[in-house]
Design a protein around this ligand. Structure first.
Ligand code: MSP
Length: 656
């Protein structure tokens, strides 16, 4: 059977050494989509590139004292390196200064002219050079460019014009008949009501006052308008107007064209009209996503390290950045970027939820089965819900990805991770081991490893570096048939007998130091053994009567340790490490403040039975009363877990 094809594009970037993390957004999203489609069996073509002509670039090159070609060559090399750092798996990178593109654009221009879509006239109007866009007086906002708010320039020159008006009705009809064409719907209505319905002026498609562009083939004093030049990349990269039409045949029309919201107008009005004039089909979907903003406004590289994609990748790794970009903001909406939010996601979702599932499972496997995946015994009704969720997940993800709902897709994977973590708690493998229920223990441990394998395959499109690290630990690194989409469509494809080996922590927990914003690993060797979660010990030096440094049993007996049940938990305002807990100690309610906010979400705590120091002097932490202390274990990998009870026992029970 012939493979289904999928063509996805990003905008081509203006060569700039000022690309910030916001710029990576479109490209990371497109990459996740391309990888998802490849994983699910499509023949994919993923195009990105650079938009190198125009007055803006010419001026920048002049300012740098460089020839424009030399100027762009240097920057393009840098952009390619950035995409490599972020694991962008493009199939083609087109530069508008390449011959293959320039020649095709000239032919396109010639064809428009020959068929009467282009005519020559005098242009007098307004131009925004940063946006490379023409405006009428009426469209300006406070005399400035309505898109970027910067001043416009008066342009008066002889130009070629494209008869946009001729195609408006056809375009409106197409938009109406194809509700998926422009997305999200809000942007579609904006285009219809603000631009198409009021009537479209003919577009000036050549300039004479500068040189850095593709010459009009029959009138070399003119260079082709940079947007006509740039938009054509989506087809020139497929060999349009060249001798080899095979790529165009296979991949056009594009399945998805991803763009930021500020360039929706060019992509949903001019671009489709050019395509109509060429007699080509229109792309199936153009999606205008929102912007990534900083808390204090728009993003720009001048805001420093925090928005520098290279610095961020170096600090957190590409997978964490990709995860954050795709998870934090519903695709389509604007969203905020901050390093705090990034570190929170990293700690909660990656270190805690995903990391714990892997670490706990492999540690138990090592303890009970010397690390070897046991053969599952009989199916148990208690496993059915987990198995069903695992089997539904791939289909759910396919649907969400078709809607470009990256964040919702990741949320579904994380719901499943939470389900698997709960399965550990519910099945309590340690209790099965103690009770000698080996067969049941085998099944439970098998199911857990299988869940991790399924998660790892589902993560591939979003975080390509992480799954191979998981496979290494699961002992299936070289086994492609256990890493494929097909292998996760039914539960239980993992063979028994694989030798697992706990390895390095996937995502060490981090905390922001506040100094220069650089994160540090939360626990280091030197704070080994120090209580991490608990509040500071009560004042008063420990007695050490015999000078040995050892504790006498009577001294230890003074600590009243009790089982307590957490009843409620909430954050402490202004203290991002603390949680305020209400605990029940044998019918008595106590309030405690604990430094566990980076490890536990408030909602996952109620119901847990913990070990509690009941006779600690009350203290105030950040102004909040704390009447006791809970115990937790932490290691030098940055893990922290609450000390809980091995089997159900009533709250208030004494621990000694
Ligand atoms: N060269 C044009 C596109 C021509 S396509 C035929 C262009 N280039 S750009 O470099 O300015 O922008 C490239 C992409 O980055 C756009 O999709 C733009 O929306 C995106 N972003 C730039 N800043 C952004 C944020 N702060 N947030 C999200 N995306 C943003 O436009």
């Amino acid at each position: 059977m012939e493979k289904k094809t999928f063509y996805i594009t990003t905008p081509i970037y203006y060569p700039s050494d000022k690309l910030h993390i916001g710029h990576s957004y479109t490209t990371v999203a497109a990459d996740a989509m391309a990888r998802f489609k490849r994983l699910t069996g499509y023949q994919v073509r993923f195009l990105t590139g650079t938009d190198e002509h125009g007055q803006k670039i010419e001026r920048r090159a002049q300012a740098a004292g460089k020839d424009p070609q030399v100027f762009v060559d240097e920057i393009v090399a840098w952009i390619k390196k950035l995409w490599q750092l972020l694991d962008i798996s493009y199939d083609d990178f087109i530069r508008t200064t390449e011959e293959r593109h320039k020649q095709a654009v000239q032919k396109i221009f010639q064809r428009f002219y020959d068929q009467g879509d282009i005519y020559k006239a005098k242009y007098e109007g307004l131009y925004c050079t940063p946006c490379e866009a023409f405006w009428t007086e009426r469209q300006l906002v406070d005399g400035n460019c309505p898109d970027c708010g910067r001043p416009v320039e008066l342009v008066s020159e002889e130009s070629y014009f494209f008869r946009m008006s001729k195609y408006v009705d056809r375009l409106l009809a197409h938009i109406e008949a194809n509700p998926d064409f422009i997305q999200p719907a809000s942007r579609k209505h904006e285009m219809i009501n603000n631009f198409l319905k009021p009537g479209l002026a003919d577009l000036c498609v050549s300039r004479t006052t500068f040189d850095w562009g593709i010459p009009v083939p029959f009138d070399t004093g003119h260079v082709i308008y940079v947007w006509l030049d740039a938009l054509s990349n989506y087809i020139t990269a497929l060999g349009y107007m060249s001798e080899d039409g095979s790529l165009l045949q296979t991949f056009w029309p594009a399945d998805v064209q991803l763009i930021g919201k500020e360039i929706v107008r060019f992509h949903t009005i001019y671009w489709p009209i050019f395509l109509m004039a060429l007699g080509l089909e229109l792309p199936k979907k153009v999606f205008g996503h929102g912007w990534l903003l900083l808390d204090d406004g728009k993003m720009s590289k001048s805001k420093g390290n925090v928005v520098d994609p290279e610095v961020l990748v170096e600090r957190y790794g590409a997978d964490a950045i990709r995860y954050f970009l795709l998870r934090e903001i519903p695709f389509g909406a604007d969203g905020h970027f901050s390093e705090e939010a990034l570190v929170q996601r990293l700690n909660f979702d990656l270190a805690n939820d995903l990391g714990n599932l892997l670490n706990r499972t492999l540690a138990m496997l090592k303890k009970y089965f010397a690390g070897r995946v046991p053969a599952p015994a009989e199916r148990d009704p208690a496993d059915e819900d987990l198995r069903r969720q695992a089997e539904v997940l791939p289909r759910t993800l396919e649907n969400l990805m078709d809607e470009l709902q990256f964040s919702a897709a990741l949320a579904e994977i994380w719901k499943f991770i939470a389900r698997a973590n709960k399965y550990i708690d519910d099945m309590s493998p340690w209790a099965l081991a103690r009770a000698g229920r080996t067969e049941r223990l085998q099944t439970v441990m098998y199911n857990l490893v299988e869940c991790i394998r399924i998660v790892s395959v589902l993560l591939l499109p979003f975080m390509p570096k992480t799954p191979p690290r998981i496979w290494q630990q699961l002992g299936i690194a070289g086994e492609a048939d256990l890493q494929s989409w097909d292998s996760i469509l039914s539960f239980g494809r993992l063979p028994a007998g694989e030798q697992t080996a706990p390895g390095e922590v996937l995502f060490p927990r981090l905390e922001l130091t506040g100094e220069g914003g650089a994160p540090v690993r939360q626990a280091t060797k030197k704070d080994k053994g120090k209580p991490q979660a608990a509040q500071p010990a009560a004042a008063g030096k420990p007695a050490d009567a015999d000078g040995t440094g050892l504790l006498a049993i009577e001294e230890f007996a003074r600590v009243d340790l009790r089982v307590a049940e957490i009843v409620a938990a909430e954050p402490v305002a202004g203290a991002d490490r603390l949680l305020k807990l209400q605990v029940d100690v044998g019918g008595q309610q106590r309030q405690v403040v604990a430094g566990i906010a980076r490890y536990y979400r408030p909602e996952e705590l109620p119901g847990k039975r913990i070990i509690f120091v009941a006779n600690l002097k009350p203290a105030k932490l950040r102004g909040v009363l704390s009447e006791g202390m809970l115990l937790a274990a932490s290691d030098d990998e940055g893990n922290l877990v609450l000390a809980t009870t091995d089997a159900p026992i009533k709250s208030g029970a004494k621990v000694k």
